[in-house]
Design a binder for this molecule. Structure first.
Ligand SMILES: Nc1ncnc2c1ncn2[C@@H]1O[C@H](COP(=O)(O)OP(=O)(O)OP(=O)(O)O)[C@@H](O)[C@H]1O
Ligand SMILES: Cc1ncsc1CCO
Ligand SMILES: [Mg+2]
Length: 268
């Protein structure tokens, strides 16, 4: 398994050709931006959470993304129904444990959903990944209080427990499973000043796993695209407001040459 500009580009072409439907049960904060990022990449977003329709939506979707950012009881039931349908149909499930460890509701819900989901990928920041492994770790909210390096051991443990790929985002993005560790060095600190770019990363992972069955490679491709689009967009931006706009435009215009110029990856 390698992550190269060519391997990333090949998946982007597939996404743009196949226009895969990515079903997201995500949070109020990021719903619009996440849908726009999926469209800009070349995928087709659906953002539905009603208990009565999620199974039907999963039925026509190519991947399911679950994000616990703004939980409530009905949403949790919707998430459970969507997960059960996705498992029945062998569709990939990607999980974002937003602010896991900040409140009991988030931590207990996440444990239930993970057991149910058998996910392909879990993507979180370092604090969230650590909180998923150790119940005594408390997080302050959606933002990480630690560097991604601090969660490598926890990510490996999580990957073993759920037999899945775990992504820890941060200055370096770590993509970790039983066999491989991939590090992506792209990105820019200003990305943490736009709310929900982590949620966007998780949604893009959904798009990549829908066209590439090598889950570790697909997740690495998504994180590389996030980081590269972020770096290019920052150059045109004066702050987080314009970064949010330029990020979408850059994603839409991303080409093979830019991947070659910017990719900074290391496989261990
Ligand atoms: N210090 C940094 N330097 C470069 N890139 C970064 C840095 N921190 C985060 N990123 C990038 O920003 C994106 C979002 O990751 P982050 O870890 O901030 O997610 P998050 O904390 O879950 O965010 P949110 O909860 O707002 O969605 C990723 O693509 C990541 O690579
Ligand atoms: C800030 C925030 N609060 C709940 S979800 C969310 C978006 C970033 O994860
Ligand atoms: Mg997050």
């Amino acid at each position: 398994m390698q992550v190269t500009p060519q391997s990333i580009w090949s998946d982007i072409v597939k996404i743009r050709e196949q226009f895969p439907l990515i079903h997201n049960i995500t949070n109020y904060v990021v719903m619009n931006n996440t849908a726009n990022a999926l469209l800009a990449l070349g995928a087709s977003p659906a953002m539905a959470h009603a208990e009565d329709e999620v199974a039907e939506m999963v039925n026509i979707a190519n991947a399911l993304v679950i994000n616990i950012g703004t939980l409530s009881p009905h949403w949790i039931s919707g998430m459970e129904k969507a997960i059960l349908k996705a498992r029945e149909l062998y569709k990939p499930i990607v999980i974002d444990p937003v602010a896991c460890g900040a409140t009991a509701l988030r931590s207990t819900t996440m444990q239930t959903l993970l057991q149910l989901a058998n996910p392909s990928v879990i993507r979180g920041n370092a604090s969230e990944i650590k909180a998923l492994v150790s119940a005594n770790i408390k997080t302050r909210g959606a933002d990480s209080s630690e560097c991604s390096d601090a969660a490598i051991e926890d990510a490996l443990q999580l990957a073993q427990t759920y037999q899945c790929t775990v992504v820890v985002s941060g200055a370096t993005d770590y993509i970790i499973d039983n066999k491989d560790v991939t590090k992506i060095y792209n990105g820019h600190p200003m990305m943490t000043k736009v709310t929900g770019l982590g949620c966007t990363a998780t949604a893009l992972i959904g798009a990549f796993v829908s066209v590439n069955s090598d889950i570790h490679q697909a997740a690495s491709h998504a994180m590389a695209v996030m980081g590269i689009a972020g770096e290019i967009a920052v150059k045109k931006s004066v702050g987080p407001g314009t970064l949010q706009l330029h990020f979408l435009d850059t994603l839409y215009q991303l080409d093979a040459q830019q991947l070659m110029n910017y990719l900074k990856v290391e496989a261990v």
